[in-house]
Ligand binder design. Structure first.
Ligand code: NAD
Length: 245
């Protein structure tokens, strides 16, 4: 018996990394999973693994409204889409600020607003929002706008949790540390010195290991399942001890 049997889960940014690993993990636990991403090619092989796919740009409000109307009620909504911008406030102009807030925060607002009414009508739902330890949890140098957006995701999460707990809705945030995903690999390569960048990421880890996307997917499955029925409004740190040292 799968831990998510009978549930429908919708995942954004499921083409690679944590979103993809979470979509596959939820499908393995018996959920009907609709994996969405802006990149159609990245979704291509998921269908063979029992996951439904659909192209969705979370920066497109009309597309979100249309998908919500089409799908109706989902039991689980995992808002995973996000972008890591580097730099301090001095490197962050208004366009970069607006882009990061739109993709990392406003997209989650749009998705929650579109899918909440049907969840409320059904009397149940679990929303999982992707934050980070780089947020209101800890300060990380050169992650100015990223950390600002992820702190906002935690606020958005707690607020929804408080407003809809009596309607059967749970809303929780996931706060990973450093996860070895395609975009992390790209960021290390883009630094100009891949080995030095990798060493710097590893140096932050008390275990000397980076998280894998599957490590985070395990937490997502728990928050999606009824095992976490009493868990809401939480910011779940999953960082291999980074923020505790
Ligand atoms: P990733 O960055 O490797 O992949 C991101 C995916 O998002 C891609 O498949 C891309 O096509 C998709 N995407 C980009 N723009 C989109 C849009 N407008 N609409 C829909 N999809 C879009 O994945 P990742 O590293 O696992 O990161 C996923 C989430 O986890 C992000 O919110 C990120 O901030 C967060 N996070 C990552 C880490 C890490 O170390 N990797 C740590 C903490 C939090």
């Amino acid at each position: 018996m799968g831990r998510l049997n009978g549930k429908t889960a919708l995942v954004t940014a499921a083409g690679q990394g944590i979103g993809r690993a979470s979509a596959l993990a939820m499908a393995r636990e018996g959920a009907r999973v609709i994996a969405t991403d802006i990149n159609e090619a990245a979704l291509a092989d998921l269908a063979a693994q029992g996951v439904e796919t659909c192209v969705l740009n979370v920066r497109d409000p009309a597309a979100i409204t249309a998908l919500a109307a089409d799908l109706g009620r989902v039991d689980v909504l995992f808002n995973c889409a996000g972008f890591v911008a580097n730099g301090s406030i001095l490197e962050c102009d208004e366009d970069q600020w607006a882009f990061s807030f739109d993709l990392n925060v406003t997209a989650a607002y749009r998705m929650c607003r579109a899918f909440l009414p049907a969840m409320i009508e059904g009397g149940a739902g679990s929303i999982i929002n992707m934050a980070s330890v780089a947020s209101s949890v800890i300060a990380v140098p050169n992650r100015f706008v990223y950390s600002s957006t992820k702190a906002a995701v935690i606020g958005l999460t707690k607020s929804i949790a408080a407003d809809f707990i009596t309607k059967g809705i749970r809303c929780n945030a996931v706060c990973p540390g450093t996860v070895d995903t395609p975009s992390l690999q790209e960021r290390m390569a883009a630094s100009g010195d891949y080995e030095a960048a990798r060493k710097a990421f590893l140096a932050r880890q008390p275990t000397g290991k980076l998280a894998q996307a599957e490590d985070i997917a395990g937490l997502v499955v728990f928050l999606a399942s009824d095992e976490s029925a009493f868990v809401t409004g939480t910011a779940n740190v999953i960082d291999g001890g980074w923020s505790n040292t």
